[in-house]
Design a protein around this ligand. Structure first.
Ligand code: ZN
Length: 407
């Protein structure tokens, strides 16, 4: 075997440290010199302080970590991992967020979105149910500031004071309100035993039902399909079911603020859909039999200036801010489905003030004023039912006292 000079070096055995007894034997074999060989398997170290060494060169620690393996260490690591998992995130689900933050988030959604969120699970539904009033308040203030003032809810009959109830159920008054109920085939008549039938509540009931009916036929209007008309005096099953369904929604809205907000959302969509219909659903150009487009006159429903100057960017905000611009007031309710073809934006209960250059809303407080009016004129002279153990004079006195308190 041969060794290169770099790989091996020869070392003579130490001679000075040998014992005197061994010296003789070594002298005897003096002719044979013993040699040891050291073999360097690793590359030779680079000499230090060489010219090529750069002091600025960053030092890289190539030392491999020692594998630690002990039960104590494993226990410590496990404990640390547990601690980190606990402290890093305490929010595992939507409902782990603080209630105020959850409410704030839900208050930015559309009512239809909140309904979808409520379907996540029963706990979310329960949270929304418990906080419905404040969530709906945030939504309506943010998105339906105008519509909320124009479409007030009717008042439940149970909330009306005793004296006014007697006046409202007076047959003479009910006969008069019949004029407002009977002719409408697209609105279910208000139940005077359930809902206040003062003039403003009657109008509020009719308006909300009309809004739902108008929303129902938006597809027909968008696609220029005729709305089915009812022969005079008839009320087919499909119409009865439709008007019943709308009445149930309005009744639910009286106890559910989110349901009320959902009605306003639908009406805002109807208004935007109507005003932007020419943009979203342009009339089809009829094709000639030789496949040549025919020139047609502009559609009669095209308006040179769009009401409220509404644009698609207004629609994208999904709120009713554009309704605060100058526009046309709505003094007349659509009393028949025929009116839907020409109805642009039904926004009642307000009037434009030229002096102040803004809309004046007058529905607030109308129920109290109207109820007083009905009570003054239609309070029955004789009590409808005399309480037992009470003379007529005593009852009239208590009745008058109740009226005074109610006013
Ligand atoms: Zn009322």
């Amino acid at each position: 075997m041969t060794f290169t000079p770099e790989k091996a070096e020869r070392i003579s055995p130490p001679q000075e440290t040998t014992a005197p007894a061994e010296k003789a034997s070594s002298i005897a074999s003096s002719t044979q010199t013993e040699e040891y060989t050291i073999v360097h398997t690793a590359p030779r170290k680079k000499p230090r302080n060489t010219a090529s060494l750069d002091d600025d060169e960053p030092l890289i620690d190539t030392t491999e970590a020692l594998a630690k393996n002990s039960k104590k260490l494993a226990r410590l690591q496990k404990k640390q991992q547990k601690k980190q998992a606990k402290s890093s995130s305490k929010v595992h689900n939507f409902l782990d967020l603080p209630a105020e933050l959850l409410q704030e988030i839900l208050g930015h959604l559309r009512p239809s979105d909140v309904r979808y969120v409520a379907q996540i699970n029963s706990a979310t539904r329960e949270f929304i149910r418990q906080n419905e009033v404040s969530i709906a308040k945030d939504i309506t203030e943010r998105r339906y500031w105008v519509l909320r003032r124009c479409f007030p809810l009717p008042v439940a009959f149970a909330e009306v004071d005793e004296a006014s109830r007697a006046a409202l159920l007076n047959p003479q008054w009910q006969e008069r309100t019949g004029i407002n109920k009977k002719p409408y085939s697209h609105i279910k008549a208000l139940d005077a035993q359930q809902i206040c039938s003062c003039p403003s509540c009657l109008l509020a009931w009719n308006n909300l039902n009309v809004v739902l009916d108008f929303a129902h036929f938006q597809w027909n209007l968008d696609h220029r399909e005729p709305i089915p008309m009812l022969p005079r005096g008839s009320n087919p099953d499909w119409n009865r079911q439709l008007t019943d369904a709308h009445a149930r929604i309005v009744e639910k809205a009286m106890i559910s603020p989110l349901c009320y907000a959902a009605i306003l959302e639908r009406h805002l969509n109807s208004i935007l859909g109507t005003l932007l219909r020419q943009v979203r659903f342009p009339p089809k150009v009829p094709i000639h039999r030789h496949n040549k487009p025919m020139t047609t006159a502009a559609a009669k429903t095209v308006h040179p200036i769009r009401l409220y100057h509404v644009t698609e960017s207004d629609a994208a905000t999904e709120d009713d801010t554009f309704l605060e611009r100058d526009g046309r007031p709505s003094y007349e309710m659509p009393f028949h489905r025929d009116n839907y073809y020409s109805l642009l934006a039904y926004v009642p209960n307000r009037k434009w003030s030229r002096e102040e250059q803004r809309w004046m809303y007058y529905a607030a407080g109308a129920h109290d004023r109207d109820l007083m009016w009905v009570k003054d004129r239609f309070t029955p002279v004789s009590a409808p039912a005399e309480p037992p153990g009470c003379s007529h004079e005593e009852f009239v006195a208590s009745f008058q006292a109740a009226m005074t308190t109610g006013s």
